[in-house]
Structure formats: C-alpha cells, structure tokens
Design a protein around this ligand. Structure first.
Ligand code: EPZ
Length: 429
C-alpha cells in the first residue's frame, strides 16, 4: 500500500454557497494512531473499526508493515492487525518525517521486543516538538537510550521495569507511549501529571480488553501493573472531536442548514460553552446528532488554549476564523505550541484583521473575506482555510492541501455532500 507523496494539490472553493445536509464525523486520527500502534503489543489478531481513511493512517500502516505486522483491510474502515515475529525494529526516517506520531512505536517495541529504533522526529511547522519527556520516562523504566545518526535507539534486552514517572509537562503522545510501554513491563508503573485526553482513556479501554491492568486513566495519575502478555480484541475508534468542532464552526459561519452526525458532545463540553458565549448553540436532534443555531449578532471571546478538558489547541485556528465575524475584538492565546499562528497571515490575505502580539492574536472584526490564493501550513490551519474559503466572496485556492488529507477524511466529498462547490487541482507551486 503506497502512501501518496506530498502532492502539489490545491483545493479550489467557491464561497458563499447555500450549504445544507449532513456532515458525518469520522473516527479520530489521534485515537486511531495510538490504537494501531497498540496492536504490536500482542501476537494475537486485533480488529479496529471506524478507522478513518487518512494519509497519517496509511503512513502508520506502512510503518507497522515495515516492522513485520500483517495489516488487512477487511471492510470499510475496518482493519485487522497481527504481528507475531518482527522483521525489523526500526521506524525509518522517510515515514517518521511524514508523521511525528511515529514516535508512539518506541515504547511498545522496546517493551515487547527489548529493542526499538525510531528516527528522531524533526520539528514541524507548529513547533520544535521535542520528545525528551518520552525518552526520559523510558530510561527510568530501564531502557538504555542512544541517539546516533538521527535515530533514537532504545535497548532493554531484559524488558522494561515499572517506575514512578513524573512528566514535567503534560504530553499526550508521551502519556500514550509510556502507558503502552508499561503494560508489558515488570512491576508497577505510576505516571504522574498524565494527560487526560479522551483518546488516552479509550486507548486504555482497548488495552484493558486485551488484558492490561490499568487504572486512573482520565486522571493525572495512571497506575499500570505489567502483565506477561496481551490477547487480541475488537475495538472501535472514537469520533474525532476536532473534526466535529471544525464542522460546528463551519455550520455557524456559513449559516447553513446542517446536521452533524456522530458529534461527540461528551468530549466537547468546554468548546460548546465557548460557542454559546459567542452566540452559537448546538441543538440535539437525535443520538449524537446536532444542528447548529446562532444569534444574528455574534459576540467576541478571549480564548486560551490549554490541555484537555480546556480549549484544544487543535481548534484554535478554526475559532480564529470564526472570531473575524463577531461584533467586537477577541484575543486568542496559544499556550501549547510556540509557533501555531501560521494561519494568521493567510487569513489576513483573505481580508482578516489579526495582529499577533507575543503568544496572543488580537482578532478585530471584518465585514467580509474576499477569495484569494492561500497556503495550508499545518493540519488544523488547513481546516481554518477551508472554512474561510466557504465564507469568502469569490474563489479561494488553498495550496499544499497535503496537510488537510492527513487529518480530515475525504473533506472535499463531505463538503460537496452539503452543496459546497469545491474541487481539487494539481498545481505547479
Ligand atoms: C498531540 O501531539 C496531538 N497529536 C496533537 O495533534 C495535539 O495538538 C497535541 O497532542 C496537543 O493536544 C497526536 O495525538 C498524534 P504534546 P503531541 O506532547 O503528543 C511539549 C494534530 O493536529 N513536549 O501533548 O506531540 C510540546 O513541545 C496534532 O492532530 C515536550 O516539551 O503533543 C508541546 O509544547 C497536532 N517534550 C507540549 O509539550 C516532550 O517530550 C504538548 O505536546 C513532549 C512534548
């Protein structure tokens, strides 16, 4: 299964069309990726359902196949995984450079096989993205870590042992990496200052179905007692709360008549509160089905991105687009990543009036956007560009939409399904 290389594709959007219909939220990228990795912790078959059809998922499948796993697509969005004997214990640079989440294989590989090698993930546009906390935690579990020629090599020939781990910063994949390393370690591991994300809670649910002994997931203190081996299971990827939040913003801004299916309200309580403060209301119209109502005049808010359950950094760009069209000045402060405002100059090209002061963007209201050529910079900023293109006058061409395909399943088809006029075009950048 070859992963498309970074294509020079653009998405052309004709703005201000009447949108109506159903937007279906897919399985969450950030839930699928750790779960796919968790399948290497056992030699038994694991079946995952609701796996989203994303570039990052294809990349993670390639990575698992490189290690020696058998990955089989057995139905729409359903995959079977099994890894009895590894043929390699290396996640190579080519794959890791496309997807930083590859670091997630390090803990499970070294825990089950006594060795793991992952190319040092480079930074990405939103920040340096160090993995020092992952490595420090694995070392405290007895792994010997060497970094040479751009590869992290982790040795634990006698396996890992449980440890009391204190994360200096809350790290999502760091927590996932260590939970997966600890389920097969000898003895008890306590993770302090663990991340609380729903994707972590559901990963632990899957691991417990496989026989892992875990408690405290969803709190800042997770306790894992290692077991000798894990069995197979059948599990479902949870809906993507970030895609759902993106659709809520899109529906409000386009004043469309849209129903959002698989809306995971339980993961978006804080976000829904912020929407209400702005004057946007999610009205339940069925089981996990919502429609979006809004006040005529929307109100400004100040947003601080924080760890879950507060405002997610992955929705910051999309909300910034929304705040361009409220009656008053808003402030958006990015506290998680050091460089996650690349969408600001792109939005300003469309007619936004946003000024960056340190880690805060001051968003002043404008009456309209006018379509232009813009560039997608990171996965979630690309979604902000799509929303902007849907409300702008005229045509917007979003270049380098590789990022969009990494995290939003068939976004152009979903938008066409509600009446948007979007098409892909290969462009010579
Ligand atoms: C996860 O990234 C998500 N990715 C990100 O989503 C999300 O933005 C991020 O969590 C924050 O919610 C996946 O789940 C695959 P962190 P992660 O470790 O785990 C610093 C998307 O668009 N840090 O929680 O890499 C780090 O620099 C992506 O889907 C260290 O200093 O984020 C950051 O400032 C983008 N050392 C902060 O912690 C470390 O060893 C939080 O990062 C690890 C992290």
């Amino acid at each position: 299964m070859m992963v498309e290389v970074e294509s020079k594709e653009a998405l052309i959007i004709e703005g201000q069309r009447k949108l109506e219909g159903v937007l279906k939220v897919s399985g969450a990228k950030n839930s699928a990726l750790p779960k796919i990795v968790a399948t290497i912790l056992t030699d038994k078959e694991v079946i995952l359902e609701n796996v989203p059809d994303l570039l990052d998922v294809k990349t993670m499948h390639l990575l698992l196949e490189d290690i020696g796993a058998k990955v089989t697509n057995i139905d729409k969005n359903v995959f079977s995984y099994s890894l009895s004997n590894p043929k390699s214990l290396q996640a190579n640079y080519d794959l890791v450079s496309r997807m930083r989440a590859s670091i997630l294989v390090l803990g499970p590989m070294v825990s089950r096989f006594g060795y793991g090698e992952v190319a040092l993930p480079g930074g990405c546009l939103i920040g340096a993205r160090p993995v020092d906390l992952h490595l420090k935690a694995l070392e405290s579990m007895g792994a010997k870590i060497k970094i040479e020629h751009g590869y992290i090599k982790a040795y634990a020939p006698k396996g890992l042992r449980g440890a009391h781990i204190f994360f200096d910063k809350i790290t999502v994949t760091g927590t996932e990496n260590i939970v997966m390393a600890a389920v097969l370690a000898k003895g008890r591991t306590v993770i302090e200052n663990a991340a609380l994300e729903p994707e972590i809670v559901d990963l632990c649910k899957m691991l417990k179905k496989m026989g892992a002994d875990i408690e405290g997931e969803g709190t800042h203190r997770i306790v894992i007692n290692g077991v000798d081996s894990l069995k197979g299971t059948n599990h479902r990827v949870i809906p993507d709360r970030i895609e759902a939040g993106t659709f809520a913003v899109l529906s409000a801004l386009t004043e469309g008549n849209i129903v959002i299916e698989n809306y995971p309200s339980e993961y978006l309580e804080y976000v829904d509160e912020v929407l209400e403060k702005i004057g946007i209301y999610l009205v339940k119209v069925g089981e996990n089905r919502v429609t979006v109502k809004r006040d005529k005049v929307l109100r400004p808010v100040n947003i601080q991105t924080r760890e879950y359950p507060l405002f997610p950094t992955d929705l910051q760009a999309q909300f910034m687009t929304l705040l361009c069209f409220v009656e008053g000045v808003s402030e958006v402060t990015e506290n998680i990543f050091e460089n996650r405002f690349m969408h600001v100059p792109e939005l300003n090209r469309l007619g936004a009036n946003i000024e960056i002061v340190g880690r805060t963007a001051i968003v002043r209201p404008v009456s309209k956007f006018s379509g232009a050529d813009v560039r997608a910079t990171d996965l979630r900023a690309s979604a902000a560009m799509v929303i902007a293109g849907l409300v702008a006058e005229g045509e917007t061409k979003i270049h380098n939409i590789y990022h969009l395909d990494r995290g939003y399943e068939h976004i152009d088809h979903k938008l066409m399904g509600i009446g948007a006029k979007v098409r892909r075009e290969t462009v010579e950048d």
